[in-house]
Ligand binder design. Structure first.
Ligand code: KG4
Ligand code: ZN
Length: 366
């Protein structure tokens, strides 16, 4: 009997539920709250909490329906425990606790960043009738891959470099000391009135503009580590915009060129640190070679970022792996289900009634 997992993610402003089996995604429902938060220019926690409360039950029901699975066929419930917005996480965790207890199912607490990391392993169902025909191969919890790999999680809340020694065994080697890359792009977008979240629009505008039109600094070049910083870029953008608008309102071409230049600056800061890490690792004979570089998180949907990273990793004869669909880049529960399968057999306590949200949970720690 395949292990069907109901997965839930309410870490930020998306209410999501999915049904997965191994790393195969049978359904992945995401109810976005973007429209509710637009007027605030960012995610408003109490609004997010209320919307999650209203949507979680119908979203779960729809995920089961789309997967063609009844609750009695489930083997476990997996839920994002953290990191994320505390009031938002609470809704998913409390719902999952009750749901799992009612059905006497094990509850698997999942780290959201681990979800973004393993999102590259997710596979789509093979045909519309796949539910019953899921082959034995796709039900294995951990897909066959060679390790270690390096995972880059680039999202609105996180910018992390993590060595994946095996699924479930992580070493965090780099992160942002202030804003996340997506957060910096969103804040820049607000400065040029692109609304919230600005990432996808900045990408579209950037395609039409000149990335060298405005010079931005390359941060953290003097540090001998893989830490990143994006808040200085944001300040630099603010100053530039103030200088330009002191003369006249920004022209459309200036906005387009600012988008191209700012986006390039953020992505250059990431590829710079990636190159620095790979250079150091490959110069050290005691380090095993990597078997690939993985990319996850909302900003991973950006085709310019993918191109820049691909170019960097190809220098080291490595491939860049991305999720099979852009829907798996931004927050979603399918990636939580994939992680759930990895940890399914670690759970001996089937009630898990004591788990609580962990808003600041670092990946790779307990
Ligand atoms: O992973 P995600 O949905 O939520 C977090 O866990 O943070 O990421 C959302 C972030 C936002 O900052 C959004 O602007 C950004 O991902 N984003 C993009 C693109 N699509 C979404 N940034 C740049 N280019 C895109 N195409
Ligand atoms: Zn996320």
């Amino acid at each position: 009997m395949p292990n069907f997992i109901l997965a839930i993610d309410t870490s930020c402003d998306d209410t999501s539920a999915a049904v997965t089996v191994g790393n195969t995604v049978l359904s992945n429902v995401v109810a976005s709250q973007v429209e509710l938060h637009k007027e605030f220019g960012g995610v408003f926690p109490t609004v997010a909490k209320q919307a999650h409360k209203e949507r979680i039950a119908p979203v779960v029901q729809l995920a089961l329906k789309r997967a063609g699975i009844s609750p009695s066929e489930l083997s476990a419930v997996a839920v994002t425990q953290g990191p994320g917005l505390a009031p938002a996480l609470e809704v998913g965790v409390e719902f999952a606790k009750t749901y799992a207890a009612d059905l006497k199912l094990p509850l698997i607490p999942v780290n959201h960043i681990e979800g973004h990391i393993l999102s590259v392993l997710a596979k789509p169902r093979t045909s519309s009738s796949a539910t019953r025909a899921v082959s034995k191969k796709t039900t294995t919890a951990v897909p066959e891959m060679s390790y270690p790999c390096l995972s880059l999680v680039i999202s609105g809340g996180h910018t992390e470099f993590v060595v994946v020694h095996q699924p479930g065994h992580y070493e965090r080697i780099g992160w942002t000391v202030d804003d996340a890359a997506g957060e910096a792009i969103d804040k820049f977008g607000r400065m040029v009135d692109l609304g919230y979240p600005a990432g996808p629009l900045v990408e579209q505008f950037a395609k039409l503009g000149n990335p060298r039109a405005f010079a931005f600094p390359l941060p953290m070049t003097t540090t001998d580590n893989f830490l990143m910083s994006f808040s200085g870029l944001k300040t630099s953008a603010r100053r530039k915009i103030e200088e330009l608008t002191a003369v006249q309102p920004l022209t459309k071409q200036q906005i387009i060129d600012l988008c191209a230049s700012f986006q390039y600056a953020v992505f250059h800061a990431i590829t710079y640190k990636l190159n620095k890490y790979l250079l150091k690792r490959y110069a050290d004979p005691s380090q095993p070679p990597l078997f690939g570089v993985w990319l996850g998180g909302g900003v991973a949907a950006n085709s310019t970022l993918r191109k820049m990273l691909r170019k960097t990793v190809q220098t080291y004869n490595l491939d860049l792996h991305v999720p099979y669909s852009k829907k798996l880049c931004s927050d979603n529960a399918a990636m939580i289900g994939v992680v759930g399968a990895v940890h399914l057999n670690e759970n001996t306590d089937t009630s898990r009634s004591t788990i609580e949200r962990k808003p600041n949970w670092e990946v790779g720690t307990l």
